[in-house]
Design a protein around this ligand. Structure first.
Ligand code: NAI
Length: 286
């Protein structure tokens, strides 16, 4: 049978999660999505109304099928974690079973198992603030939504991941080099995510024969990136300075994810793979 993938962090057709879903679908995988609760209604209605049909087209001309969309808020592990104001919030009260543990349970009940887990989400409420001006709450929120969310997802999904399975997250070079403007503790969150990629690769590999890798992606004009405010500058900078002087397409990241999820990558785990037109290798801009 084909492989089954759960991709957390898709709420429109502009981001890396959508492109990864398409590449996995093109390779024959069944697609399940986890969509942030506040974005769920608009995403599902846009899907239904055919707003994404053009971007659902796969290389063979068919349309990507999305088997099921689950509401998800990856900063909450289970119901006991959810504060009253969120429970009462109109957008959250309209859905149920969106904590990480409940989503994993629902996927288990609906499908039994998965082969591929993708974490394509991040959030840092103070991302536009320099680190020196970031509050403790802002910093911890960035880590919670962008780093621990991955530990939690893998922890809850790994019992239903088939041996030989593959898990992938998305990171950014601001974890290891100074990228002014990527603030609010987001650079710290990506550093944690990359370190966790190695430790999780060890634990998941030994215990479950599951591989764990991260893709360090170049700049893409996604919804999340536009909120940071410097994305056009980063894209221009890359086109001028990278070894490959072209705009990075989300599909190039999607295809790398499909490779990492496939048996072609059966000995790759604990790795951070750059998909950035080579920009990471430059020492100075020219
Ligand atoms: P995106 O906006 O398509 O994806 C981010 C998703 O995270 C959104 O769908 C949002 O609804 C979801 N989200 C936020 N908080 C959540 C929560 N608590 N629970 C569940 N979902 C939540 O943007 P993009 O840029 O494609 O981001 C995907 C990943 O790629 C992120 O990890 C990001 O840091 C990473 N990345 C993005 C780059 C870029 O230039 N766009 C560069 C390198 C890495």
């Amino acid at each position: 049978r084909g492989k089954r993938a759960f991709i957390a962090g898709v709420a429109d057709d502009n981001g890396y999660g959508w492109a990864i879903a398409k590449s996995l679908a093109a390779a024959g995988a069944e697609i399940l999505l986890g969509t942030w609760v506040p974005a769920l209604n608009i995403f599902e209605s846009s899907l239904r109304r055919g707003k994404f049909d053009e971007s659902r087209v796969l290389p063979d001309g068919s349309l990507m099928e999305i088997t099921k969309v689950y509401p998800l808020d990856a900063v909450f592990d289970n119901l006991e974690d959810v504060p009253e104001d969120i429970k009462a919030n109109k957008r959250y009260a309209g859905s149920s079973k969106w904590t990480v543990q409940e989503v994993a349970e629902s996927v288990k009940n609906d499908f039994g198992s998965i082969d591929i887990l993708v974490h394509s989400l991040a959030n840092g409420p103070e991302v536009t603030k320099p680190l020196l001006e970031t509050s403790r709450n802002g910093y911890l929120a960035a880590i919670s939504a962008s780093s621990y969310s991955y530990v939690s997802l893998l922890k809850h999904f790994i019992p239903i991941m088939n041996p030989g399975g593959s898990s992938i997250s998305l990171t950014y070079i601001a974890s290891e080099r100074i990228i002014p403007g990527y603030g609010g503790g987001m650079s710290s969150a990506k550093a944690a995510l990359e370190s966790d990629t190695r430790v999780l690769a060890f634990e998941a590999g030994r215990k479950h024969k599951v591989r764990v890798n991260a893709i360090s992606a170049g700049p893409l004009r996604s919804r999340a990136a536009k909120a940071i405010g410097f994305i056009d500058m980063m894209i221009d900078y890359s086109i001028v300075n990278a070894p490959l002087q072209k705009e990075l397409s989300a599909d190039e990241v999607g295809n790398t994810a499909a490779f990492l999820a496939s048996p072609l990558a059966s000995a790759i785990t604990g790795a951070v793979i750059y998909v950035d037109n080579g920009l990471n290798a430059m020492g100075v801009g020219v």
